[in-house]
Design a protein around this ligand. Structure first.
Ligand code: UD1
Length: 339
């Protein structure tokens, strides 16, 4: 298939582009490079032996997006582009609503106009809200606890409405649990700008000496070791889930499919620190501090629908996630180069 990938230079996007190319698809990327470095592109090309066409603009730009869809002869789009930092979304809600909703509206309008009606969308387990029933199943009601989460709930709703109005659409909503890890080559991985918000990038920066100690947010949760449980999923498994969803769209009877992409296993913060320490070969320093506002104690998927309908399941372990994240971080202590 000819596939357009928005946000294809980002963390999950870049890993998915590599797998799409490996599966024989023709891929073009559009990325604003607001939260990605251009130096990922030659690394994708080196891993795949393909030249990648990259359009450097923001899909919020309706004229450019329209022109791209008009000329691209795409058969499907995978839409990753969006802002994703929870804390920033609380501080700057308008820029989150503006950017995340506008990019989806601009893209879907252009797709509709040019008859490209297959879309795989990056959603998040955050749409299960503050107090979900466990394990999280796709049928649960959606809500959110912060503006970033609301933009995901709203984008899902917009896409459902679009598909309800025109049944020729095929849309896959992928609800990611906690993506971590890196390409096993060590040449691609997560490269947060500034202070990392997420656990594994923070641990990796402690391990490589960019940060002194990890702060573990809360040791008094009602969990076996008192720290929060999350469903960490290797970014390679997640990328494979996108390829599986893209293939599924072609055969799908209903216009919309919703799939959790997780392992179904909860891992505590301290278990993650222990696993990363094993990967590095030494104990990593941490302090248990106050809870972080907005965190829920336990989050893990029921991944059975993705297995039944996509033929997909996560296969990589927490030790694989940490070994690959460490290979990436130790080979690229400062992340991707600027040039
Ligand atoms: C967070 C977002 C979620 C988003 C996802 C994107 C919140 C409340 N949720 O998920 O909406 O989709 O990132 O990747 O922000 N932790 C520490 N110390 C740290 C960092 C994290 O102890 O320095 C703990 C957290 O308290 C949590 C666990 O590690 O228990 C995982 O945190 P994180 O990686 O930020 O992911 P989520 O909060 O699950």
């Amino acid at each position: 298939m000819r596939v357009l990938v928005t946000g294809g230079a980002g963390y999950i996007g870049s890993h998915t582009v590599v797998q799409l190319l490996a599966a024989g698809h023709q891929v073009e990327v559009v990325d604003s490079f607001a939260n990605a470095k251009a130096s990922v592109v030659p690394r994708i090309e080196a891993l795949t032996g393909s030249l990648l066409t990259v359009h450097a603009f923001d899909v919020c730009d309706r004229d450019k997006t329209e022109a791209l869809l008009a000329g691209g002869a795409f058969e499907a789009v995978i839409h990753f582009a969006g802002f994703k930092a929870v804390g920033e979304s609380v501080a700057e809600p308008l820029s989150y609503y503006d950017n995340n909703l506008d990019s989806t509206l601009s893209l879907v309008r252009a797709m509709n106009r040019h008859g490209v009606r297959r879309l795989v969308f990056s959603s998040s387990a955050t749409v299960y809200g503050a107090d979900p029933e466990l394990p999280m199943r796709e049928e649960l009601p959606t809500s959110a606890t912060n503006p970033y989460g609301w933009t995901k709930v709203m984008q899902e709703q917009i896409l459902r409405d679009v598909a309800a109005a025109d049944h020729s659409w095929r849309i896959g909503l992928l609800r990611y649990f906690n993506p971590v890890g890196a390409h096993p080559s060590g040449t691609m991985g997560e490269d947060p700008q500034g202070n990392p918000n997420n656990l594994v990038p923070f641990i990796a920066q402690v391990a490589v000496g960019r940060r002194e100690r990890l702060a573990v947010f809360g040791g008094d949760y009602d969990t076996p070791d008192g720290t929060c449980l999350r469903d960490y999923i290797h970014v390679e498994d997640l990328a494979a889930g996108h390829v599986a969803a893209l293939h599924r769209l072609q055969a799908m009877a209903e216009p919309v499919g919703v799939w959790n992409l997780g392992t179904g296993q909860g891992t505590s913060v301290l278990e993650m620190v222990a696993a990363f320490s094993r990967a590095v070969g030494r104990d990593l320093p941490y302090d248990i501090v106050e809870r972080r506002a907005g965190d829920i104690a336990v989050s893990y998927a029921d991944p059975s629908r993705a297995h039944a309908e996509l033929g997909w399941r996560a296969v990589k372990s927490v030790d694989d996630m940490c070994a690959d994240a460490w290979r990436w971080q130790s080979a690229n202590p400062q992340g991707y180069p600027d040039a």
